[in-house]
Design a binder for this molecule. Structure first.
Ligand SMILES: [Zn+2]
Length: 342
């Protein structure tokens, strides 16, 4: 049974800054002030993120800016992307080699086949075209259920298998999933300025379109708040995309180096067997994770994902070990679903 808390306090806030000539943004962990840049957490590379926000809060804009701060493609990654796009018949003389991260935005009416891949001669679908890049699914609950369910394999295995009568083909599909949705059918649940007209049953029906197993695979649940005028005119200088990107590239480099023997590029690709070797938690970090487990009733899958997110937070901070702070921040990101989805 869902319990909807109408006095919901969101743990995380995303603040969008709009400077005169260009849009910049910062993901920011809730603090009363708009943004404390020392504490700012940027996008976790190759995580799965669910952005929940009222209409016009800037979810799509935020997603579309993501590629500007993602780490540059390595040559190997660019080759992988190019191969997939070549198989899909998307290359031409002008675009013969892809050296930027893909950003795919299929509409919610898209078919399961075009999302997963398929056809008589199975071609890669959106989940593979987004390989090494971003898959942005706006209006997440509006996608048909079977289309959403096929996301489970790629999120888990980073590949997708298409079975046909004559053949079974596996394509790579290691993408960063950005899903976006309104908090309720009218869109204003949790909004300070508008009144939500939905009943508890309506909100339940809407949110339950996203199944537990899918939600369990999403690392970060963040509430996107509309930009306040005072924030736009704030004298405080926000970190620019270029600055953020520098930091992200540095964290990425650490990961490529750390995993060179495993042949993977990021924390997200780490198998659970290798988790203990590369993601060492100190005693306090272990304790807080244990207690969060009991309190939030998290699954074993959630455990692995939280540790990996904490690893990335530590990398972004340039720290070798995962501390209490990193793990608490990663856990904080998992609590939103428990509040909204009950
Ligand atoms: Zn509502």
């Amino acid at each position: 049974m869902i319990k909807v808390n109408k006095k919901l306090k969101y743990p995380s806030v995303v603040v969008l800054f709009c400077s005169k000539n260009h849009m910049i943004f910062t993901l920011c962990i809730n603090r009363k002030k708009p943004c404390n840049h020392k504490k700012t957490t940027t996008v976790y590379m190759y995580s799965t993120i669910l952005m929940i926000g009222t209409p016009g809060s800037g979810k799509s804009m935020l997603a579309s800016r993501l590629p500007t701060i993602l780490p540059d493609l390595t040559f190997e990654e660019a080759l992988e992307v190019t191969k997939i796009h070549s198989i899909a018949g998307l290359l031409n003389e002008e675009k013969a080699f892809i050296n930027t991260r893909p950003f795919r935005t299929p509409h919610h009416s898209t078919s399961t086949i075009s999302l997963a891949g398929g056809g008589r001669v199975p071609k890669p679908g959106e989940v593979s075209l987004a390989h090494n890049g971003v898959l942005f699914l706006d209006e997440f609950p509006e996608f048909n259920k079977s289309a959403l369910e096929i996301l489970r394999q790629p999120i888990e295995d980073r590949t997708v298998t298409i079975s046909r009568v004559n053949a079974t083909i596996t394509y790579p599909s290691d993408f960063m999933l950005i899903a976006a949705m309104n908090p309720c059918p009218c869109g204003y649940f949790g909004d300070k300025k508008h009144h939500c007209t939905c009943t508890t049953a309506q909100i339940h029906k809407y949110t339950s379109k996203i199944s537990g197993p899918i939600l369990d695979r999403i690392d970060l649940h963040i509430f996107v708040e509309p930009v306040e005028y005072s924030q736009l005119t704030s004298n405080e200088k926000a970190e620019s995309s270029a600055e953020i990107k520098k930091r992200v590239n540095k964290a990425r480099k650490i990961q490529v180096e750390r995993y060179k023997e495993l042949g993977i590029y990021s924390n997200a690709s780490l198998d659970s067997q290798d988790l203990n070797t590369y993601c060492k938690l100190d005693d306090t970090a272990k304790k807080i994770l244990e207690s969060a487990f009991t309190k939030l009733g998290l699954s074993a899958r959630a455990y692995t994902r939280i540790v990996k997110v904490a690893r990335t937070i530590a990398d972004l901070a340039g720290e070798e070990n995962i501390s209490f702070e990193h793990i608490s921040e990663a856990i904080q990101f998992r609590t939103l679903d428990r509040q909204i989805f009950g």
